[in-house]
Ligand binder design. Structure first.
Ligand SMILES: O=C(O)CCC(=O)C(=O)O
Ligand SMILES: [Fe+2]
Length: 224
């Protein structure tokens, strides 16, 4: 009888560990079917409810705090920040918390909290080439985008176009915003853009941040 010790066994395919490995290797990771169709449906329901409420979705802007401004030439989408008050978004945030723990354990990233918003790009919506964080200017370290669009077709446009970190003119990949797909990338290294979408495009964009507390300002984490 063959004796299989605990240590001989392959570890199960932990999706968070796979994502962390890919980020360590190449700075980004793509995971199809990260969420089940069921979970995506639940999140879409939340988003559709928000759409029916006046003012729940706001035109997205660029810049933070006093530097915030909307600019339709840069991005054309509407957003709503997740607050985790309904089960669907709680579940999603719990998964992001697991991802945060895995990243910190395996890559020592020191990720401290996570902020995320629903985004709705109307037909014709886009987001021009940008970095989510400029080195040294922000505490955003890792970007995530989860897509919520069933049956996305090539002619629907709306791909996430990501550029090579060592040559921001060179396209690294185009990713279709297919329901359940999660992409994760280092915020300071990857220029990216959203190509014009031909039909409404739904997603949750989020950022893990490191603690930027100073003696004068304590940055509270979203989860405690
Ligand atoms: O939705 C996407 O594919 C990317 C969105 C994005 O780049 C952002 O919100 O910063
Ligand atoms: Fe971005």
């Amino acid at each position: 009888m063959a004796l299989v010790s605990f240590f001989d066994r392959q570890p199960p395919d932990d999706p968070f560990a796979l994502l962390a490995d890919a980020v360590e290797r190449q700075g980004y990771a793509i995971q199809e079917n990260f969420l089940s169709a069921h979970q995506v449906h639940d999140l879409l329901q939340v988003l559709h409810r928000l759409r029916s409420e006046e003012d729940a979705l706001q035109p997205a802007g660029v810049g933070r705090g006093e530097a915030f401004q909307t600019n339709e030439f840069v991005r054309k989408d509407a957003i709503h920040w997740l607050d985790g008050t309904v089960p669907a978004t709680q579940d999603f945030l719990a998964q992001m918390r697991l991802l945060q723990q895995t990243m910190n354990r395996r890559l020592f990233m020191g990720l401290f909290d996570y902020e995320a918003h629903f985004a709705l790009y109307p037909p014709g919506g886009f987001y021009k080439k940008h970095l989510d964080a400029f080195q040294g200017q922000t505490n955003r370290r890792l970007s995530t985008v989860l897509y919520l669009n069933f049956d996305w077709q090539p002619q629907d446009g709306g791909a996430l176009r990501c550029y090579a970190p060592d040559d921001p003119q060179q396209i690294l990949f185009d990713l279709a915003p297919q329901a359940g797909t999660l992409v994760v990338f280092e915020s300071e290294r990857f220029w990216h853009e959203v190509l014009p979408a031909q039909r409404p495009r739904f997603s949750i964009a989020g950022w893990f941040r490191i603690n930027s507390s100073t003696r004068h300002r304590v940055d509270p984490p979203l989860w405690q």
